[in-house]
Unconditional design. Sequence first.
Lengths: 248, 247
Amino acid sequence: MADRRSEAVWGKLAAHAATRGGRVSVVDVCAVAGERAQVTGAWVAASTNGQPDFVMCVTDLVCEQLAELQLTLGEGPGIDVLASAAPVLASDLGDAESVRRWPAFAPEARELGAEAVFAFPLMAGAIRAGVMGLYRGSAGSLPDGLLGDLLILADIATLMLLDAADSDADRGAGTSLEGQTPDLALHRAQIDQATGMLTVQLAVSAAEAFARLRAYAYSQDRRLADVAGDIVARRLRLHPDLRQDGDP
Amino acid sequence: MDTYLLSNTFVDLADTLVADFDVIDFLHMLTDRSVALLSASAAGVTLADPRGELRLAASSNEAAGLLELFQLQNDQGPCLDCFRTGQPVTAADLTGPAQQWPRFAMAATEAGFRRVEALPMRLRDQVIGALNLFRVDPAPFDPAELRIGQALADVATIGLLHERNVRRTETVAEQLQRALNSRVVIEQAKGKLAERLGMDMDQAFGLLRDYARNSNQRLTDVAANFVNSATADFPPPPRPRPAQSRN
């Protein structure tokens, strides 16, 4: 049932990209997340040195200011979210809890026009890719039942950031998945185990290992979970040199 | 029932709850004790991900067949029904004809199980997951055992929601996501360690957990440090815990 929900979310992204006339990207994630959550704005920032310091897209100027403000002050939901490994949902920046938690950020964010900020970690286990942020000009919780869609959008944004980073690393043609419909059946223990195994087989970071696993599955036109199962069962090894991928 | 083990279990669980504990390690201990106390052959805790999926947080063993059974229950099975109704659900006589969940029954039988009980983890009117008990013997669980099982499911709920001194406004959803991500970190670490030392996933988990306990660190922290370590050496070189903005 989760796969169907993921597919529905992907369908919305694809529709948005089509009206824009481009391939699905984090721009569409921001737009769709903002619309679905009925908030004022949305942004996605990639994490480079443990902080979400590379803003990839914003839907308005306030988003950019909020992202920068948190980096400058070193506090805010978007900073907490990666250490916390969970969404940080600040539905009222004027309440005592928010002021106690972010004494500098909360009042300044409100001056910028944000009364509520919701931050989602872009992560997969120990892999930290960035942050997806939402803000609203009025206080209040997210609409009921919407958290699942936002978590799926965050998963998709995570894949996009990891793929982009992997292509930037220039580790050979054929590993990029940019613009392709991702295999969204991500939550299987064997995928995580295979990612861990590949960090050793390929001597790369977990982020790169995960990107290589996905690229291999895509290049073989196989499901991610099936390829992961073969790696965990030690029927398949990947090699630092792509041409040697195959049997153990 | 072993009353000495029973009282010890609740003492141990309570001890864990007052310490700075790791939620996955805690749930894993709970599934181990469920097996020991309740004449179950295996046990697992599944959590409801708001993405619309039931995900395994901890199980008493990591046999692939058992993991498959949890995954399969996203489509059908006692765990899914328990989550939907908030009531205990029994799958009895899994080898008989006219199965309520035919695919689940076949997979469970293949894995050697004849009876399954799913006990709800409830927080007021919300069901956040289930404690699943698997039995090789098709005989029903003793009603007294099931009452203890439900008490253990309730303790699992408390443990999950009280991990770290939870901020007042932190939602259940935030805590569930943290627990689910911890599980992913641990799976990644198991894979890295299994590959490095040529062992199976169950052995890798045991090594990670023993090291965390002996070095007085949280299992998830050990796992994350190892996954993010530039080398595959285990244990990873010590590293200060990341600065936390939480209080």
